[in-house]
Design a protein around this ligand. Structure first.
Ligand code: ADP
Ligand code: MG
Length: 590
């Protein structure tokens, strides 16, 4: 075939291949246009999963009669005029491709009115032909109707999924865009039935209310809000508490200057920040907004504009990582006096609901009852120890209260202002030890203790080589290890915090982990994991009897420790049962 210039209709259809791959992408592009036009309310009506009809109505600035036909031309845009503009794009669109692409694969009707015109004008596009504007009835703003999507491209049509699936994608697209613009009202209907109504949300409470149907009440009740602000960069939004992680990474929204993006670098930064508070295989939920100068990010790297490129990606990564890490470090037990009387579990990191109305309640209640009777039956014994009174300064006493007893060598039972606190000793201690090691590590190496008698350790030759190779890294962790023979090591110093423990087992674990990590350079990166391995060994094992004083010391230490609400694997370390919860359990005061 000789080389020919393609007809423009075909060029548009080819462009549509990239930008418009299903009804949801039409919805996305059209909502973006409405937002760019300054709309404050956007209605999306869908029929037949979007294949039959997509209608988007906005109250934006509208398109003047003279520009209506131009809007449907390829490379026609009102958003940029020169290269300079492209380098600091503030609008969602800028490529001038969406309308002509859509018009090339569907029937399109566009009605619009600006504030300067007495009435609206409408144009229609079909098969590459655009009709001249005719008067039409419409308030200020724009209405776009897209019918028979892909009618001219049967190949594409074949890829469309069931109506419900396509509708699901449309809904996701709408959610993705709406999260960036709480100041705009969104409505979605399907075949005449209202599916979603998201009213304007101008303050924090309203935003949380609007998030509720999208992220679920669990998220909204327990999320951490962040609001970061440094010169030239800001990160704000909501993230899930580690104890409310998800099995899927399905609720993760990251916006750069209000544009939803998928970005490996950013996801990595978030994952790292959660690393030592989340059980592996679990995923956080978040909706985060990064604001940076428009020229610090290139948005022209993806036809559907769902990816961006940062000019200084390292800086962005570190900023996101540090901001989130700081937010997550604040999740330690705290009393919130003003919320303490609500029935919402303000005290508990874990949602605690008693199955009062289900069949299970019949079994659950007596089990707990006998536990409590046993507990209070031994009250004398407990009271022998002088229970410290809360100091006069704080009328509420310490958040985690004072220890009453130990249950099965696993749980500490404590009493605070609001009721009963249950602490998983092992999980709590593990977290405390890890945080202590991390604090020590901040200075330089973990402090170490000389063994009176060096410990000889038989290992594989590989492990011995590794220990030799990574000697410096081991020193950082508080171990001094010498090569003793081809298959033996001599341990001279051990981390002070671990000195009383089974060093052999800990060192073997650390070596095994170093082996999987590989080189010395990555030890730094995996430091938290290594410390976590060590902390796990150091933690009080279940079944150790603790005295009241020891238990109180543990509680006080938890209150001082960052991230004390979860163990190193993201399990909660404590839960609270308020007096109201207990009253309900015993059907008291009803
Ligand atoms: P882009 O958004 O990249 O500029 P589009 O093809 O999506 O390209 O739209 C072309 C032009 O049509 C826009 O630049 C804008 O001027 C105008 N336009 C599209 N939709 C609307 C709308 N809902 N309200 C006002 N103007 C619109
Ligand atoms: Mg556009």
């Amino acid at each position: 075939m000789p080389i020919k210039l393609l007809p423009s209709h075909l060029i548009n259809q080819i462009a549509a291949g990239e930008v418009i791959d299903r009804p949801a992408s039409v919805v996305k592009e059209l909502i973006e246009n409405a937002l760019d036009a300054g709309a404050t309310a956007i209605t999306v009506d869908i029929e037949g999963g979007g294949e039959k009809l997509i209608r988007i109505i906005d109250d934006g600035c509208g398109i003047a009669r003279a520009e209506l036909m131009l809007a449907l031309e390829r490379h026609a845009t009102s958003k940029i005029a020169k290269l300079d503009d492209l380098e600091r794009v503030a609008s969602m669109g800028f490529r001038g491709e969406a309308l002509p692409s859509i018009a090339s694969v569907a029937q399109l009707k566009l009605s619009s009115r600006t504030a300067n015109e007495p009435h609206a004008w409408a144009v229609e596009a079909q098969g590459g032909q655009v009709s001249a504007p005719v008067p039409s009835a419409h308030p200020i703003g724009t209405r776009i109707e897209v019918r028979e999507l892909f009618y001219s491209v049967p190949a594409r049509r074949k890829f469309l999924k069931a109506e419900r699936t396509e509708l699901g994608h449309i809904d996701s697209a709408l959610i993705g865009l709406s999260l960036a613009r709480p100041d705009v009202e969104f409505k979605l209907t399907h075949n005449g039935k209202a599916l979603r109504t998201l009213p304007k949300a101008l303050d924090n409470d309203a935003r949380l209310r609007r998030l509720k149907p999208l992220f679920g009440p669990e998220f909204v009740d327990h999320c951490l809000a962040i609001e970061g602000d440094s010169p030239g960069i800001a990160l704000s939004g909501y993230l899930s508490a580690p104890t409310h992680s998800r099995s899927q990474p399905d609720q993760q929204y990251f916006y750069v200057n209000r544009r939803l993006v998928r970005d490996r670098l950013v996801s990595h930064a978030v994952r790292q920040a959660y690393q030592d508070v989340l059980f592996s295989g679990r995923h956080p939920a978040y909706v985060l907004y990064l604001e940076i100068p428009f020229d610090a990010v290139d948005v022209n790297v993806h036809p559907a504009k769902s990816e961006v490129r940062f000019r200084d990606s390292r800086m962005i990564h570190d900023y996101v990582y540090r901001s989130l890490k700081r937010a997550l470090a604040d999740t330690r037990p705290m009393l919130e006096p003003e919320r303490a009387s609500e029935t919402s579990p303000a005290m508990a990191p874990q949602q605690y609901s008693w199955p009062m109305n289900s069949e299970r309640s019949a079994y659950a209640a007596p089990a707990l009852l006998s536990g409590l009777q046993a507990l209070y039956g031994r009250q004398e014994e407990v009271r022998e120890q002088p229970v410290q009174l809360p100091d006069a300064g704080s009328s509420l006493g310490p958040p985690l209260g004072f220890a009453l007893a130990q249950l099965k060598g696993i749980y500490v039972l404590a009493e605070n202002q609001h009721g009963l606190v249950l602490v998983d000793m092992h999980a709590a201690h593990e977290r405390i030890t890890l945080e202590r090691m991390k604090r020590e590590r901040l200075g330089a190496a973990l402090s170490s203790q000389l063994l009176l008698v060096p410990l000889k350790l038989m290992v594989s030759e590989g492990e011995a080589n590794l220990a030799q190779e990574l000697n410096e890294a081991l020193k950082d962790l508080g171990f001094e290890v010498d090569r003793h023979g081809p298959e033996s090591l001599l341990v001279r110093r051990v981390p002070a915090l671990l000195a009383d423990l089974n060093i052999e087992k800990i060192l073997r674990d650390v070596l095994a982990e170093l082996k999987s990590v590989g080189q010395a350079a990555s030890v730094q990166v995996h430091l938290d994991e290594l410390l976590a391995t060590m902390a796990c060994h150091a933690a009080v094992r279940a079944n150790r009897r603790l005295g009241i004083a020891e238990m109180n010391a543990l509680l006080r230490e938890m209150e001082q420790t960052a991230r004390a609400d979860q163990c190193n694997h993201g399990r909660p370390t404590w839960v609270a049962l308020k007096i109201e919860d207990l009253d309900r359990l015993f059907l008291r005061g009803r």
